[in-house]
Design a binder for this molecule. Structure first.
Ligand code: PEP
Ligand code: MG
Length: 402
């Protein structure tokens, strides 16, 4: 078992863990968030994580682990803090995911197959939610962090992403025409960046969505807009909205645009406003990301308020694969839609594609170009393998549960 410092997609340093198995070597690298939730596990600087790893390595190499739970409970024994600040959430998820890959390799399976067998669930291919235009903390002069395209009817994942890729390229051409400053520049998630206004972008996105039979999603990442007191600050739009105005604005744009998915419309401590929005709109997905941070206790609070009908799943927010699985199970148990997601600063690691299928998630949130294609292309390969074994239960109906 070894560790190294490598580069993440936005040139931040991150770590990669390698484990030798009887059948070869597996490798797991760790993504990083830019608009991180306050309740995520805490990362150590990479050199500190490497130091810690070398101190603790013997515990992980001497032990003969039977399964993932054994590995993850050792992580939780070594660091009893909820936010894993002693061991480092980055080191924890690196070790935990490398072991998942090692167990699958020892079993002679791909990771998604190993998980499906463990979970005793049938394969369902998730639908993509792809980031097309971006702003907020992900760079670009728009206050809203992500504008997505989402397929409504999915025959195959491959067909959906080809359609979205076509719409993404069309969007680029339209931006070139409408925004004189546009240079085909991309942000950290390889989404277009633009100087058009929020409304201009919504109009452009809606037009391309309608032409391509797609729907739209938005990630407000509203904790990044919240001033910590009373207002959501839209600095590029030169506007400030209180919670009531924010609610009205979101309801209005859902009336006027084909928006079927809204992520983090309010800041991460406002379970009540999420709940009000969820009760006032129907047939849309209201999703919690920073609200939950893949943490089952926060999901329980969300459930008690009926805050959302969807939840983002990011393994590195919680630090272990076992906790990630528990979160997905709990969300599904409450009939919530699950959305496996990449991070803004990520790596070429395709683990989340395997987790999305292996844990039976309804959606997977990804970028659509540049370094982001690694995970998309792995999804295409997984789907092809599943289709050829003809055990596919295509996720073809819209399942928006409330
Ligand atoms: C997000 O907020 O959904 C996201 C992917 O961004 P980050 O990784 O910066 O949290
Ligand atoms: Mg988000």
């Amino acid at each position: 078992m070894r560790i190294r410092e490598i580069l993440a997609t936005d040139s931040h340093k991150t770590i990669e863990i390698e484990i030798d198995t009887s059948k070869g070597t597996v490798r797991s690298s760790v993504p990083i968030g830019t608009s991180k939730g306050k309740y995520e596990v805490k990362y150590l600087p990479t050199q500190d994580a490497i130091f810690k790893f070398n101190q603790l390595k013997r515990h992980f190499t001497n032990d003969d682990f039977e399964n993932q739970e054994d590995v993850d409970s050792l992580i939780r024994i070594i660091d009893k803090s909820e936010d894993l600040h002693e061991l480092g959430g980055n080191l924890a998820i690196g070790i935990s995911s490398a072991f998942l890959k090692a167990f699958a390799q020892e079993a002679g399976m791909e990771v998604y197959e190993y998980l499906l067998a463990k979970q005793k669930i049938k394969p369902v291919i998730p639908r993509p939610i792809c980031n097309i235009i971006g702003g907020g903390k992900h760079a670009g002069r728009i206050d809203i962090q992500e504008f997505h395209f989402i397929p409504v009817h999915q025959r195959t994942f491959a067909e959906s992403v080809m359609k979205i890729a076509n719409a993404y390229r069309t969007e680029g051409k339209k931006l070139k025409k409408d925004d004189p400053t546009f240079t085909f520049a991309k942000n950290v998630e390889a989404a277009w960046t633009s100087n058009l206004t929020f409304e201009e972008i919504l109009n452009l996105m809606a037009k391309v969505a309608n032409e391509n039979l797609l729907k739209m999603g938005l990630d407000f990442a509203a904790s990044s807009l919240w001033d910590g007191n009373r207002y959501y600050v839209y600095r590029y739009a030169n506007d400030m909205l209180n919670t009531h105005d924010q609610l009205d604005m979101i309801k209005e744009l859902m009336r006027n645009y084909p928006v079927i998915y809204v992520e983090d419309p309010f800041h991460e401590d406002d379970f009540e406003s999420f709940s009000v929005l969820s009760h006032e709109v129907t047939g849309r997905l209201i999703c919690g990301d920073d609200l939950y941070t893949t943490n089952i206790k926060r999901l329980d609070v969300g459930k008690s308020y009926a805050s959302t009908n969807a939840a983002i799943v990011k393994p590195n927010q919680v630090g272990t694969i076992t906790d990630t699985i528990k979160f997905v199970e709990a969300a599904k148990h409450s009939k919530m839609i699950t959305v496996m997601s990449h991070r803004s600063s990520d790596t070429e690691d395709t683990l989340i594609s395997h987790l999305a299928v292996g844990l039976g998630c309804d959606y997977i949130k990804l970028g659509i170009s540049g370094d982001r294609t690694a995970k998309i292309n792995e999804m295409i390969r997984i789907e092809e393998k599943i289709l050829s074994s003809s055990r596919l239960n295509l996720n073809s109906e819209i399942r928006i549960r409330r």
